[in-house]
Design a protein around this ligand. Structure first.
Ligand code: KG4
Ligand code: ZN
Length: 356
């Protein structure tokens, strides 16, 4: 059995967790999050400088809390893991330096984790453990990607957004509607009482240079503009904004696009299992629609548990356990942080000469 202390500080959530694996099952021993969302909401989005400072203040308390709650001590821990890429560099540094300091002080291995691999590992915090090969739809505030996982830790990106990520579209449309940040939960809430068919918004497609469209790619910036134009039009006509209907129609078209393109990709690539992870995977309309359509096409669906869709440290711990069990024993203490790094090259985070 291995016990991991994991830290997540890539964006606006400071988080620490203790996880273990017993006979192949990942067990959550303690999981703490300090959200900075309310503070950033005053600015309409994440302010990097504030985020780093808050991580620095929050992390010691969160680490203390996971040990208190689990009744464990640092001497019980087999490795310390932290997100090292992608994310806000200053924020990533706080988690990474804290993990490396603990690793050095207590002579335990350090593992740097790719944030997207963390999101992917969130599905292993459920009862259902999908076995590769499978297709992953990763939808968060920074990414919208379709990733083929052939064998554990081998990734091939088959689709992506060419502009805004799905979560970013939720955040921007929420702002247009005068709702709070983050937009996803706010839109989901008011969309419940709206008509999802009231407005017909476009399903953005990405043209190929030689004609036709990229079948598995996404574009959400046109959708955001269409919502903006609709709002302007209604305002010019002096109509009271039907924000519930706009929110529901927007949410519905995003869910439809994500469901249609990922199921098409899975079917055409001969993959019978689809995994749904990332902050936007918490969206109820998307989860329900994906479950219904996947079952119609006889595709197995593995959903990340709702509480582990948005950023948390449990998923970083789960990713570290999966690395450890595949013999990626540790990262170099020289490994730093990077604002961007391709998931396909995440094996290099365990190289003796790290890439950053
Ligand atoms: O995965 P995450 O916590 O952070 C990133 O790695 O980006 O995702 C945050 C994003 C935000 O854009 C937020 O609006 C969106 O996930 N989100 C949702 C929901 N909950 C969070 N979008 C739609 N519906 C939700 N229920
Ligand atoms: Zn994330």
């Amino acid at each position: 059995m291995s016990i991991i202390l994991s830290l997540e500080t890539s964006c606006d959530e400071s988080a620490a967790a203790l996880v273990s694996n017993d006979k192949g099952k990942i067990e959550l021993l303690a999981n703490e999050i300090a959200s900075q969302i309310e503070e950033h909401a005053n600015w309409g989005g994440v302010v990097p400088e504030i985020a780093s400072r808050r991580h620095l203040e929050n992390l010691p308390f969160l680490i203390e809390e996971v040990f208190t709650k689990s009744k464990l001590q640092i001497k019980d821990v087999d490795a310390v893991a932290a997100t090292v890429t992608p994310g806000l560099a200053g924020s990533l540094l706080v988690g990474s330096i804290t993990a490396r300091t603990l690793s050095n002080l207590h002579q335990i291995p350090f593992l740097g984790i790719h944030h997207l691999e963390g999101h992917l590992a969130s599905v292993f915090l459920s009862e259902k453990h999908p076995k590769p090969p499978f297709l992953v739809l990763l939808v968060s505030g920074g990414h919208t990607e379709l990733i083929k996982v052939d064998v554990q830790h081998s990734y091939e990106r088959l689709g992506r957004s060419h502009d805004d990520a799905a979560g970013e579209a939720f955040d921007k449309v929420a702002r247009l509607l005068g709702l709070t940040y983050p937009g996803g939960p706010a839109i989901q809430k008011i969309a419940k009482s709206g008509d999802p068919k009231k407005f017909s918004f476009p399903k953005g497609r990405v043209s190929k240079p030689g004609g036709g469209f990229y079948p598995y790619d996404f574009s959400f910036s046109g959708l955001k503009t269409a919502v903006f134009r609709q709002i302007e039009k209604l305002r010019e006509e002096n109509e009271k904004l039907p924000i519930q209907d706009i929110a529901a129609s927007f949410e519905n078209v995003v869910a439809e696009v994500l469901v249609e393109r990922s199921l098409r990709c899975a079917l055409e690539q001969g993959l019978d299992t689809l995994v749904l992870v990332g902050g936007v995977a918490a969206n109820e309309r998307l989860r329900t629609m994906m479950l219904e359509k996947a079952s119609e096409k006889s595709i197995n669906l593995a959903l990340a548990p709702m509480e582990f869709c948005t950023d948390n440290a449990a998923m970083i711990g789960a990713a570290a356990l999966l690395r450890l069990s595949s013999n990626y024993i540790q990262s170099s203490m020289e490994l730093g942080v990077a604002a961007r790094w391709p998931l396909e090259k995440s094996d290099l985070l365990y190289a003796p000469n790290p890439p950053f």
